[in-house]
Design a protein around this ligand. Sequence first.
Ligand SMILES: [Zn+2]
Length: 455
Amino acid sequence: MPGGLPKQVRAVVAAALAAAALPWLGSSDAIAQSELPVIFQWLAAGASAETVVEKKTSDPVETTSASLIAASHASEATAIDVLGDQKETVFQLTLTRGVTAEVYSLANPYRVIIDLPDVGFTLPADAGRDGRGLVQAYRYGQFAEGKARIVLDTTGPVTIAKAAMTNARSGSGVVLTVELRPSNPAAFGEGTGGGRQAADTAPAVATDDRAPAAPPKADQNKPVIVIDPGHGGIDPGAVGAGNLLEKNLVFAVAKRVQAQLEGTGRYTVVMTRASDVFVSLSDRLAISRKAESDLFISIHADSIESTYAQSIKGATIYTLSERASDAEARAIAEKENASDLIAGLDVGKGEDNDDVKNILIDLMKRETANFSAEFSRTLVRSLKSNVSLSRDPERAAAFKVLRQTHAPSVLVELGYVSNPDESRQMQSVAWQAKVAASIAGAVEAYFAKRSDVAR
Ligand SMILES: [Zn+2]
């Protein structure tokens, strides 16, 4: 592609663990005595698993792709250690059982992704905040159903010098070791023969086909409301005082809104995520499109780094606009739009800015934009009597998740998790019930006025 996208290095590592599960590897005694057979493959960018450029196997074990699958069992991550310095940094993940891990690097910004099967994480709440050496910070969590992911933010381009899974020294579990060394942009991924867009190999670049299935319009007479709890899984969203995670707060509120609306019997409610799982922004849009939604409400909570953070509070409703209503609105949209990046998706490359502009221009012509504004006003009125609003509660910015032409859509920032008082308040059941009732009330008021929409 033009501009020469840095090439990608991909390693697949798997430890053959339980001898019982993999009898062809020999007795468990033999495994205990020597390092576990490790499958270690370097794949070219864009290459499929069949086109291995170079294959290193530490042990001459008969291995087929079937054994890779056989080695994938549910496992629990119990410890993460980052060791070393700027010259060589070692990332170690301790797991209760061996799994197949895929390790690769991405650019813009530079990251190392570790894709895992169904792995749970039992780690301290603040794990990943501070990195070491070449690892600035890291995140982990569910990426999709039965898939987990760890994203290492690196200080610059790195090479994956080694990726291996070995028995833990303690005797129980395994340790995935990833050794990183500094590289430079030109050499990044050198020798992999890559030339295709990294997006081609990113595991979850959304398409309509892969988007979670939304239920069909069950009842043609009921308006379909899509409730979109922001973030989820590996993407925690804003992190507030007391380790309050935006993803958990907005999910709790979204579930209440869902219950309230379903309780009326007048709406079909579709959730973009039903658990703590990552859903890409384009998948959220696809869900709304497939559901033929009549209204889309994205729920978020913000945080701000400012000397005035203690005093900045209140809810804000955003609608889509190419031009942000103010600098803060633009900054918030940029932050929310980074969700896919945070989860390790290679974003932005397939996105044609002209297309986005056309959608926006198109949108301006449509009544959808007017209805979005109308719902935004209705929501502000409804929230005003129950919760505090920010000093300018109706704003606009270029939020990706609001780029939909078929349905009026708004994004609600419930408040600031960076404000200790508000953060405490937002965690209370009473507050969550109040705000959910306000959102549901606004939906009722909006559709009461637009009886023509009820089909
Ligand atoms: Zn958010």
